[in-house]
Design a binder for this molecule. Structure first.
Ligand code: NAG
Ligand code: NAG
Ligand code: NAG
Ligand code: NAG
Ligand code: NAG
Ligand code: NAG
Length: 928
């Protein structure tokens, strides 16, 4: 078992031999921070999946090494289609933030351990790790992943930028991740550390006194053309090592050269490889620390290993809604009960009630029984079908749900809070979640769609997110909720989505491949006429409810066509109507892709960073694509990627470049001016089957950009100031600024910024989270800027965490006090062994949780005066155990033990003193 775990790490050592950059196109040397992180993350996932499988009495044996195969094996035997999309999205959230550090904190020495900023660099790691643990505790997994990405970057840079490797160290520096220990023996400020290197390529520039005294130092980085003395800040720091490389201007001045091990060059390849290996091991140790603090289940969720389906309801609870609430409850219960034990069982439930003037709170749970009880508690009170706080409720759902969730809104009234419409669209784009609204009407007052302009905002949200706006009489709502069952599946893919207003006679084609099942077509609009044609030429018109191709159900403005069978090949829908309509074709398949619009950045470590607003008009669009399929991305080919106007006809073609790690970089020169989606065509090589997929979230361009970076957490009760920059290529004038957060925290910001065309201006948002905010709470902040006369606008979306100051830095202590039993390897199932531990957290915040991290035995705990006594009992078929004890702020103490099993049948039990000796040895190698 342990050997298996080691495999990916060993593979990594052979693989990672290149420069430490954020993202490099595949040119033979695509090894980066991301590859180091990816290998450590996957190795740790293997180990935790194995431990979980063992505890559930099953095997963890992925068919291959692709993320999809690992995911399927880790989730176990539940039936149904598994999609790797959510898993890849979660991992990308970690990797992308890792790359950001090179852009957003380019000249910050602590983020890179430059300029001997050891104490500050270590603080970033310690504080970041505390934030990750607090975020997981409050279930804010995306924030936790983003912080993890940044912390990994800084941790990894230590090995490349310091002289830890040159000092001959063979293992990572544990003190970097131990809050209770400090960095020791840093070279003094006036202590010269390097000799001059005229060639700039010297294998070892460190002064003998530094090596002999084991002093820790790091390279100084000069990004601007200052003299050596100015760069180093102080006359006494003459003689400090340079970072080195083209962008380090200080490396041209005495002492010339540099000690960075970012890239393998002829003179430092050995040091570079050692640095990469230590960075990988250190990353694994950090992951292990987090794993210990949060336990197996949450660790896997943090890594995106969970069933994909999430059920998110935003429900109007005013007086006229009792039917609708009853239906929402029926559907939720139906999904929970009918999908239990399958891949389609939701992994998370979200419920947000709204009313007038109240909305919320957001209820988020992984427990279906809690969802059932919460939804049962909803009652319709007050009001009538008057405007309510729908968008406020939806804002909570969008920020609280995992990205790419399906969110369903139940209402019978227009929103009162339409001022949030831009914020909602920004959140939809940033989360790529899909919003479907079920708007019910009393039949007696039913009017045509166009007669209810106050409902337009629901249509706008549906269009922007790729969802539906469904208007149905209250009496037929149960037919409309089929859409919720259809789309609550783990492997939902969109094959086609288009919108026309006004409608026109047009034929839409879509390709169904062999991996697609349960194909459903939705057409919304009123008085529509259309004809469906299959690849073999059979056809069915909208007037035939049960035809050769499928079953058509009509309810309100929605027509749902369920195909009898998913015949492979090119299908057609011929629309013959001038009414406005939308068409959407969905199915279930493991083949899909995830994407991010990115921009290139320069600097010492150039790369690509995700754009979180609309794209900048006038520049080419760049996209990073990750493909996922049953057998991993290697089994898939990309043929064509296009940006397609959902409401128009414009399609633009692009160049596709393969990147390290199986991702693709797509560059589009000629971006459509309207709102567009991404269409991808490719081939499943295993079956030579062509496929087509499209994204659902609409994107567009803007001449305005809003940029802000989250580099710190907020303290409860203290003012937090965040700078943002607005730039424009549009008209000069006053740009209206609007900032909103999802936690009702009061904020101040300038109402407008004055900009000239081609220029930029800076503003500050200040917010003060209440003093009683729970540590780990995450606040989603949107900052919008709108040009003069509402001409053009853009936004930035940031996740900020509120974190209390942590003073308990000492992990609980776990001591093994007794071992009992004898194990015989030839008949393991007939014997048992047990281990007693004594766990204390003196002067700390107290023990919160003790759990079995690895091992399939049982743990019983007893509270005693100054701690907890634990008794672990296991079968001799499971001879090793790791217990972890976590205190209230996430410090982790561990005990590990391996029971020796004797080969013969008549060996004595290992005496306790010998076990303890063995334990002492094991502990050496297990404790961080
Ligand atoms: C820095 O200064 C050197 C020498 O004075 C000059 O050659 C070089 O062009 C300068 N570089 C930049 C980026 O200004
Ligand atoms: C969105 O909000 C703006 C500003 O409050 C308003 O002018 C506009 O009409 C709203 N749009 C919709 C569709 O409600
Ligand atoms: C498709 O299903 C409908 C309704 O079940 C049925 O009437 C029709 O014969 C089916 N067609 C085929 C080709 O199976
Ligand atoms: C885009 O590229 C594909 C493949 O190179 C080609 O088949 C297609 O015709 C192109 N489309 C446009 C609109 O140029
Ligand atoms: C924000 O901007 C102000 C004014 O330009 C500056 O003094 C301050 O240091 C900035 N704060 C941060 C965190 O960058
Ligand atoms: C458990 O450990 C604590 C602290 O080391 C010690 O005071 C206590 O006596 C121990 N209890 C037992 C039962 O060993």
């Amino acid at each position: 078992m342990i050997m298996k775990l080691l495999v990916p790490v060993v593979a990594l050592i052979a693989l990672v031999v290149s420069s430490v950059q954020a993202f490099l196109p595949d040119g033979g040397n695509g090894n980066t921070h991301v590859t180091i992180t990816r290998h450590a993350v996957m190795a740790k996932i293997h180990e935790v999946c194995e431990a979980v499988a063992e505890s559930e009495g099953r095997q963890f044996s992925p068919e291959g090494s692709s993320p999809e195969e690992v995911l399927r094996a880790c989730l176990g035997t539940a039936t149904g289609e598994v999609s790797g999309a959510k898993f890849s999205t979660a991992l990308n959230q970690i990797y992308m933030q890792n790359g950001f550090v090179d852009r957003d904190f380019m000249s910050s020495a602590p983020h890179h351990f430059n300029n001997e900023a050891f104490t500050e660099g270590r603080n970033l790691i310690i504080q970041g790790t505390i934030a990750i643990k607090a975020n997981v505790r409050t279930d804010n997994l995306q924030s936790a992943r983003e912080t993890l990405g940044r912390v990994c970057h800084t941790l990894q840079d230590f090995y490349s930028h310091s002289n830890w490797v040159e000092l001959g160290n063979k293992s990572p520096y544990a003190n970097l991740i131990r809050p209770d220990l400090n960095i020791e023996n840093i070279a003094g400020v006036a202590m010269p550390t390097c000799s001059d290197c005229a060639s700039g390529t010297c294998p070892n520039q460190l002064l003998p006194a530094i090596l002999k005294g084991k002093f820790l130092t790091s390279g100084y980085m000069g990004l601007t053309n200052l003299t050596n003395l100015e760069v180093r800040g102080d006359i006494h720091t003459v003689g400090k090592c340079s970072h080195g490389g083209e962008t380090d201007l200080s490396s041209k001045q005495n002492p010339r050269g540099g000690i960075s091990k970012d890239e393998p060059l002829s003179y430092n390849a050995d040091l570079h490889n050692k640095a990469v290996n230590l960075a990988s091991e250190a990353t694994l140790e950090l992951l292990e620390d987090i794993h210990g603090a949060i336990g197996n289940k949450d660790y896997l969720r943090l890594m995106g290993i969970a069933r994909s389906a999430v059920l998110a309801f935003v429900i109007d609870t005013t007086g006229s809604m009792s039917n609708d609430i009853a239906e929402a409850k029926r559907v939720a219960f139906n999904i929970i009960d009918s999908k239990k034990g399958t891949q389609d069982e939701p992994s998370e439930y979200i419920l947000v009630p709204f009313n007038d003037p109240d909305f919320g709170p957001l209820i988020r749970t992984t427990n279906p029984d809690v969802m059932k009880s919460e939804i049962s508690k909803l009652t319709a009170v007050g009001g009538g079908d008057i405007p309510e706080m729908c968008l406020s409720g939806l804002q909570l759902a969008l920020t609280g749900a995992p990205s790419s969730s399906q969110i369903y809104v139940f209402t019978d009234a227009p929103p009162k809070d339409t001022y949030l419409n831009k914020t909602i669209i920004a959140l939809i784009r940033s989360t790529t979640s899909t919003v479907t609204s079920l708007m019910t009407t009393f039949s007696r007052r039913r009017r045509s769609l166009n007669a209810r302009p106050e409902f337009q905002v629901y249509y706008d949200m549906a269009l922007a997110s790729g969802g539906q706006a469904i208007e149905v009489p209250k009496s037929s709502i149960s037919q409309a909720t089929k859409i919720i069952v259809d789309t609550s599946t783990s492997a939902l893919v969109t094959i086609l989505q288009r919108s026309r207003d006004p409608g026109r006679v047009e034929s839409f084609s879509f390709l169904l491949d062999r991996s697609v099942s349960n194909t459903i077509i939705y057409i919304t609009g009123s008085s529509l006429t259309f004809n469906l044609r299959s690849p073999t030429g059979a056809s069915q018109s909208n007037t035939v409810a049960n035809g050769p191709l499928g079953t058509i159900q009509k309810v309100g403005n929605l027509q749902r066509i369920q195909l009898n069978e998913t015949e492979m090949g090119l299908w057609f829908i011929d629309m013959t109507t001038s009414q406005s309509y939308t068409i959407k074709v969905i199915g279930q398949s493991a083949i899909t892709f995830i994407y991010n619009f990115v921009e290139e950045f320069k600097g010492p470590h150039p790369g690509y960073a995700v754009i979180d607003g609309r794209l900048l008009a006038g520049s080419p669009a760049k996209l990073l694509l990750t493909l996922t399929g049953e057998k991993g991305p290697e089994a898939l080919e990309v043929h064509e990627v296009a940006l397609v106007e959902v409401s128009g006809v414009k399609v633009s073609n692009e160049t596709v470049e393969k990147m390290a790690g199986g991702d693709f970089l797509v560059t589009v020169k000629d971006v459509p001016e309207g709102e567009f989606v991404v269409l991808l065509k490719g081939k499943d090589k295993t079956f030579s089957s062509l496929f087509q997929r499209q994204t659902t979230t609409m994107m567009s361009q803007s001449k305005v950009t809003v940029k802000a970076k989250a580099d710190d957490s907020m303290l409860p009760g203290e003012e937090f100031r965040l700078n943002f920059t607005v730039k424009t290529n549009g008209p000069s004038g006053a740009y209206t600024i609007c900032a909103r957060n999802d936690k009702k925290i009061s904020m101040t910001h300038p109402p407008t910024l004055s900009l000239v065309s081609g220029g930029s201006a800076q503003g500050t948002v200040s917010l003060t989270p209440p003093a009683d905010t729970v540590s780990g709470t995450d606040v989603t902040l949107t900052i919008e800027a709108e040009g003069p006369g509402g001409s053009d606008s853009n936004y930035a979306v940031l996740r900020l965490s509120v974190l209390s100051k942590v003073t308990d830095l000492t992990p609980p202590k776990c001591e093994i006090v007794d071992v009992q039993g004898t194990c015989n390897s030839s008949s393991c199932s007939s014997s048992n062994w047990e281990l007693s531990v004594n766990i204390t957290d003196r002067n700390g915040t107290g023990i919160e949780r003790i759990s079995i991290q690895q091992g399939s035995g049982n743990l019983t705990q007893k509270k005693v005066e100054d701690g907890v006594m634990g008794l672990y009992e296991a079968s001799c078929c499971s001879t090793s155990v790791t217990l972890s004890a976590v205190d209230k702020v996430g410090n982790v103490g561990r005990c590990s033990y391996t029971m020796k099993s004797s080969a013969g049948s008549c060996l004595m039990s290992l005496p306790l003193w010998a076990s303890l000796l063995l334990y002492g040895f094991l502990r050496e190698s297990f404790t961080l």
